[in-house]
Design a protein around this ligand. Structure first.
Ligand SMILES: NC(=O)c1ccc[n+]([C@@H]2O[C@H](COP(=O)([O-])OP(=O)(O)OC[C@H]3O[C@@H](n4cnc5c(N)ncnc54)[C@H](O)[C@@H]3O)[C@@H](O)[C@H]2O)c1
Length: 251
């Protein structure tokens, strides 16, 4: 069992889907959780699920595109639990639209939530993780950053950017005993994926995310990989992106 006792983790997009599963998984391993989430109604449910399972969590309403809100979320870790060891950049959004039809706003939304939000959270969190003596950052990328994905240029660019950011940042903070890795999920059964894959099925394109394990993944299967990367079990892994995709993408 992964041991995160005494550790404090910030998880963004923790209100549903993969983020909620990550918050519960890290809490089950002993970490105290700051659950950052855009949609207010979802925050209390995640906090309650963690506390009902015997963990400790506080919820913070945050839009990861907003620098001030991100800084307040990071501050909530030290204010409530005295330290910050782990950051999981999970908040994300997706759209299926051909590039020639993408509006400026649609492009910006993909880049700003998926990539710039990750930048804001890392920049705010790293000084606190250094104060704690080191720790781990886990970014949620996507196999969409690797495979041909018609209708997904903005999302693919943002998620490929997350993989690149992960690698470069690992090089900057290794000296501070901070490891930076990413998980690239394949199709995982969440509200987001159900919407996106339904839309993709209406298009006259090859289906890009068919894995060799012939089912959708579960949010808990991503959370297990995040727990590994957040813990000392992966103490010599950094700068990498692990695909958890049922074989939809293999390195
Ligand atoms: N589900 C999949 O198949 C799949 C595959 C590859 C990658 N991913 C990635 O996994 C992550 C989680 O996806 P999911 O499927 O659980 O999605 P989801 O939509 O089910 O959950 C995402 C959560 O993030 C929150 N969120 C959205 N924008 C936000 C913002 N600006 N600030 C703070 N919170 C915000 C949402 O309110 C929601 O609660 C995303 O980064 C997504 O791109 C998912």
């Amino acid at each position: 069992m992964t041991d995160l006792k005494g550790k404090v983790a910030v998880v963004t997009g923790a209100g549903q889907g993969i983020g909620r599963a990550i918050a519960l998984r890290l809490a089950a391993a002993g970490a105290d959780i700051v659950a950052g989430e855009l949609v207010r109604d979802r925050i209390a449910a995640t906090v309650e699920a963690v506390t009902t399972a015997g963990g400790r969590a506080v919820g913070v309403e945050v839009d990861v595109r907003n620098r001030n809100q991100v800084e307040a979320m990071i501050a909530a870790a030290t204010e409530n639990f005295g330290r910050l060891d782990i950051l999981v950049n999970n908040a994300g959004t997706d759209i299926v639209r051909d590039l020639v039809e993408l509006s400026d706003e649609e492009w910006d939304l993909q880049i700003d939530v998926n990539l710039k939000g990750t930048f804001y959270c890392c920049r705010a969190a790293i000084p606190e993780i250094i104060k704690a003596g080191g720790g781990a950052i886990v970014n949620i990328a996507s196999v969409a950053g690797y495979v041909c994905y018609p209708g997904g240029t903005a999302y693919a660019a943002a998620k490929a950017g997350v993989t690149g950011l992960t690698r470069a940042l690992a090089g900057e903070v290794g000296r501070h005993n901070i490891r930076v890795n990413a998980v690239a999920p394949g199709p995982i059964d969440t509200p987001l994926a159900r919407t996106v894959l339904k839309e993709m099925a209406t298009r006259d394109d090859p289906q890009p995310f068919a894995g060799v394990i012939r089912r959708w993944g579960k949010p808990e299967e991503i959370a297990n990989a995040v727990a590994f990367l957040a813990s000392e079990q992966s103490s010599y892994v950094t700068g990498d992106t692990i695909s958890v995709s049922g074989g939809a993408f293999m390195h």
